[in-house]
Design a binder for this molecule. Sequence first.
Ligand SMILES: O=C(O)CCC(=O)C(=O)O
Ligand SMILES: [Fe+2]
Length: 296
Amino acid sequence: MVTHRTKTSNSPPQERRFFAQPLSEKSKAPYVAARNAGYKPASSYGADGKFTDPREAISINKWPTSSHASAATLPPILSEARDQIHGFQRQVQAFTTQLLELVALALGLPATTFTRNHNPERENFDNFELMHYPPVAPAGGTGVDTGAGAPSEASSTFRISPHTDWGTLTLLFQSAVGGLEVRPPKYTSPTLSLLTEKWTPAPPLRDNILVNIGDMLEFWTAGKLKSTWHRVVPTAADWKLDRYTFAYFLHPDKDCVLVPMGGMEKEGWVPRYEGVGRTAETHIHTRIRAVHGGKK
Ligand SMILES: O=C(O)CCC(=O)C(=O)O
Ligand SMILES: [Fe+2]
């Protein structure tokens, strides 16, 4: 799903300034698993727990204003931008509310089917993440794209390894450097075959926001909407470049339950992933443990 954006610049200057700092500075707000927020150094984890990715990122949770108990701890450069971040989050909230209403209507459901689980005043895992991907050489030598032709799974090289996003929707603000690929919906197995499956490139489109469907919508629609597998690979054209993106991960209220809505569950439905009947909070904690381990 691609949607048009108007006023947001491609990469806020704070983003580059933040990542250019020494590790000791960036680590002043370290990642805290219970909040799913903070700085995650390069090569310290992988998107799906299977590979280790060279990407570094900082996650900012829903309340960057210090008046909230669960406010994100922000490192100095980003705390200067608190108001800007908060304003951006409010715009995202208004926009995603409309988007979720449209998704419900398109499925023939009442407009509030999904929005009633996304109360902006309640606790959730909403997460605004700034990312930096350092240059990485493609597998099999420079100038060769990685992917379906790679000789073995272990030798695959990613900027971010294949994964699905955990929340409801992800808004992806990509920079000019490409490499994002999505797994076409014809592949329905919960496990990937990196050696045979062909992925579809999703190059950055100027002034557009790319919207990914996340796990929650897959559970609520009994698989009618699929949580999209995606990855970022180094391409022949720009593997030497640093890549910056930012993403807004929209999450539902922590206590809502992941069961099909609006009578969408058909007899014989086999969920692709574990998690049906759990709360959103339990699902996210399970995902965090798989990626970051039990520590922190
Ligand atoms: O940087 C991108 O284009 C994708 C990032 C992504 O998939 C993620 O952070 O979950
Ligand atoms: Fe993702």
